[in-house]
Design a protein around this ligand. Structure first.
Ligand code: UT7
Length: 334
C-alpha cells in the first residue's frame, strides 16, 4: 500500500481590526516605542473588542475563509481541532463552537493546548489523523485572544501580546508532500516562569485569584528568553540534520513570533538568510498558537509546491518543537 502523507491544501486567517500601537502603550505604562522595537521587534498588535467575543469569533472567520478559498463543503470536514490557550469557555470546546457556526456539522471536534507551541503540536496531531487513512479532511484552527489574559498594568508583559487566529485544511496525498517529520519536547523547568494560574482546577476563580492577578499571564522574561533562544534553535537544527537538509534546501523558516531577537537567533543557527525567514511580529505581536499560521496566511502568495519549510515554536511548559513541511500548492488560493 502506498504511504499516505498529510498535506496542507489551504490556509485561512483572521486578525481583528482594532490596533494597539506602541504609542498607545506609552500612554498607559512606563515604556517607549524605542524599547519595544529594539528589545522585542513589535510596532503594533491587534485586539479583539466586543463583549462576549472569544477565540471562536476569530476561528469562525478564519475557517469560513478557508472553506471559501478551498471550495470544500463544510459537511465533508471530518475533524476540527482547535489549538488555543484562551478558549471561549471552560467548556464546551472552542472547536465545537466553530464547527457549529461554520456548518461543519459532521465533524468531530476537540481543543488542545500546548501554549505558544500549540500550532506545532496541533499540526502533528492533525497530520496523524490523515495518515491513519480513516480521516480525509481535517481542519486545524490555531490562535489566541492573548489580550484577554494580558495585564495592561504590567510593563513586562503588556507590549508583547496580540490577538489572531489561523486555520488550515489537511488532506491525504500519495505525493511526496506535506508534514514530513516533527520533534515535540517539554522541559518542566519552565513551569514556574511562564504561566496563568487562576481559573483552572488548582485555583478556581475567586476574589483572591482576581486580587492576586492570577488570571493574567505571568512571565519571567529573562529566564524564558534564555531557554527560548536555545531550545527553539536546537530543535529546529536537530530536525534539519536528521532529514539531511542543508541551509540551501530550506525555502522557509517559520519561527514562533515572540521576539525578533529569538527569531534572529534561530535563523543564525540554521544559517539561513533573512529572505528565508517569515516575520510578521512587527504587526501582530505574539499571538501564541496563532503566530505560525498567521505567517503562512500572510506569505501564502510567495509559496510554491514542494517548498521546504521548517517551523519551530517554544512556549509555557516549557513546550517546544519543530516540524518539517513540504508545501502543497503554488501561490495564493483566491
Ligand atoms: O511566547 C512564549 C515564550 N515567550 C518568549 O519567548 C519571550 C521571551 N522573553 C523575551 O522576549 C524578553 O525577555 C522580553 C521581551 C520579555 C524582555 O526583554 P529583556 O531584554 O529580556 O528585558 P529584561 O526583562 O531583562 O529587562 C531589561 C530592562 C529592565 O530594566 P533594568 O532592570 O535593566 O533597569 C526592565 O525593567 O528593561 C526594563 N523593561 C522595560 N523598559 C521599558 C522591562 N519591560 C519594559 C518595557 N518598557 N515594557
Amino acid at each position: 500500500m502506498e504511504k499516505i502523507n498529510a498535506v496542507i491544501t489551504g490556509v485561512g486567517g483572521y486578525v481583528p481590526e482594532d490596533v494597539i500601537t506602541n504609542a498607545d502603550l506609552e500612554k498607559i505604562i512606563d515604556t517607549s516605542d524605542e524599547w519595544i522595537t529594539t528589545r522585542v521587534g513589535i510596532k503594533e498588535r491587534r485586539v479583539l473588542k466586543g463583549e462576549g467575543r472569544g477565540v471562536s469569533y476569530m476561528g469562525i472567520r478564519a475557517v469560513n475563509q478557508l472553506l471559501e478559498k478551498t471550495g470544500v463543503d463544510p459537511k465533508a470536514i471530518d475533524i476540527i481541532l482547535c489549538a488555543t490557550s484562551t478558549p471561549d469557555f471552560g467548556f464546551p470546546t472552542t472547536a465545537s463552537l466553530i464547527a457549529y457556526e461554520t456548518g461543519c456539522h459532521n465533524a468531530g471536534t476537540f481543543d488542545m493546548q500546548a501554549a505558544c507551541s500549540g500550532f506545532i503540536y496541533g499540526l502533528e496531531t492533525a497530520a496523524n489523523y490523515i495518515r491513519s487513512g480513516k480521516y480525509k479532511k481535517v481542519i486545524l484552527v490555531a490562535g489566541d485572544k492573548m489580550t484577554a489574559i494580558t495585564n495592561y498594568k504590567d510593563r513586562n508583559t503588556a507590549p508583547l501580546f496580540g490577538d489572531g487566529c489561523g486555520a488550515m485544511l489537511l488532506e491525504p496525498t500519495t505525493e511526496d508532500l506535506g508534514v514530513m517529520d516533527c520533534i515535540l519536547r517539554t522541559d518542566g523547568v519552565g513551569i514556574d516562569h511562564l504561566h496563568m494560574r487562576g481559573g483552572g482546577s488548582a485555583y478556581p476563580s475567586s476574589y483572591e485569584t482576581v486580587d492576586n492577578d492570577m488570571h493574567y499571564v505571568y512571565q519571567d522574561g529573562k529566564f524564558v528568553f534564555k531557554y527560548a533562544v536555545s531550545y527553539m534553535a536546537d530543535v529546529a537544527a536537530e530536525l534539519v540534520a536528521r532529514n539531511g537538509l542543508t541551509n540551501t534546501d530550506i525555502n522557509w523558516v517559520i519561527p514562533h513570533q515572540a521576539n525578533l531577537r529569538i527569531i534572529d537567533a534561530a535563523a543564525r543557527r540554521l544559517e539561513v538568510t533573512p529572505e528565508q525567514v517569515m516575520v510578521n511580529i512587527q504587526r501582530y505581536g505574539n499571538t501564541s498558537a496563532g503566530s505560525i499560521p498567521l505567517c503562512l496566511w500572510d506569505f501564502e502568495e510567495k509559496l510554491h509546491k514542494g517548498d521546504n519549510m521548517i517551523m519551530a515554536a517554544f512556549g509555557a511548559g516549557f513546550t517546544y518543537g519543530a516540524i518539517y513541511v513540504k508545501w502543497g500548492y503554488d501561490g495564493k488560493k483566491a
